[in-house]
Design a protein around this ligand. Structure first.
Ligand code: PGA
Length: 244
């Protein structure tokens, strides 16, 4: 399967910057051997989807509510994201788990809502630095997967060690390979043969200079890119390093 390079703009970008990033992506993406996805803030999804229409580059949200509609002031449903032009949604990002207290159960409910609305969920998991130092990264990630993925899950998993996000630090290649093999095993045990075909993205300080090494590792199905996705040239540099 082609690798997926997904950009998470987080809470960054106004109309002018959206055009400044998405416009060059549209031209630079031609002939790439991987799939591209851009996840701008919700206010820019429709705008970015317009700019990227017909380019083959997908657009996604960064969160959705677990309910389809109703009295949830300020929240956005999966159907609204889809209506705005999104095909994917990032769920359970560590920043949402930390800032909004999202539990695995909440992430699972949101994942079901995304699937029901026809979106592809990208479910994020990852250990803290304390977990890693204590050697309990597999236990932590295993528990997150068990709690966050619904039965019959069909979507994308993103492994993002919390301590590698926005820090410039990454795990060793061996540690990334070990964790992706572990996640692959969990998915296969839970989902059977379908689990072997799901993409597992690596996220956390991916940049053009480390992308080829990370994307070359077994069971790495692509990247979830934060900071470097705010610069079209850097994002395309990562995409060019992806395996076909
Ligand atoms: P980063 O963020 O690439 O800036 O480390 C990754 C993410 O949080 O998805």
């Amino acid at each position: 399967m082609r690798q997926l390079i997904a950009g998470n703009w987080k809470m960054n970008g106004l109309t002018e910057q959206a055009a400044g990033i998405a416009g060059p992506l549209r031209h630079g993406a031609e002939g790439l051997g991987c799939d591209l996805l851009v996840c701008p803030p919700a206010t820019l999804i429709a705008r970015v989807a317009d700019i990227l229409a017909g380019s083959g580059i997908a657009v996604g949200g960064q969160d959705c509510h677990a309910k389809a509609s109703g009295a949830h002031t300020g929240d956005i449903s999966a159907a609204m994201l889809r209506d705005a032009g999104a095909s994917h949604v990032i769920l359970g990002h560590s920043e949402r788990r930390a800032d909004h207290g999202e539990s695995d159960a909440v992430v699972q409910a949101k994942t079901l809502a995304a699937i029901a609305a026809g979106l592809t969920p990208i479910v994020c998991v990852g250990e803290t630095e304390a977990d890693r130092v204590a050697g309990r990264q597999n236990a932590v990630v295993g528990a997150q997967l068990a709690g966050s993925l619904p039965d019959g899950f069909a979507g994308v998993v993103a492994y993002e060690p919390v301590w590698a996000i926005g820090t410039g630090r990454t795990p060793t290649e061996a540690d990334v390979a070990d964790m992706h093999a572990f996640i692959r095993g969990v998915l296969a045990a839970r989902l059977g043969p379908a689990g072997s075909g799901l993409r597992i993205l690596y996220g956390g300080s991916v940049k053009p200079s480390n992308a080829a090494a990370l994307m070359g590792l077994p069971d790495v199905g692509g990247a979830l890119v934060g900071g470097a996705s705010l610069n079209a040239e850097d994002f395309l540099g990562i995409a060019r390093a992806a395996r076909a």
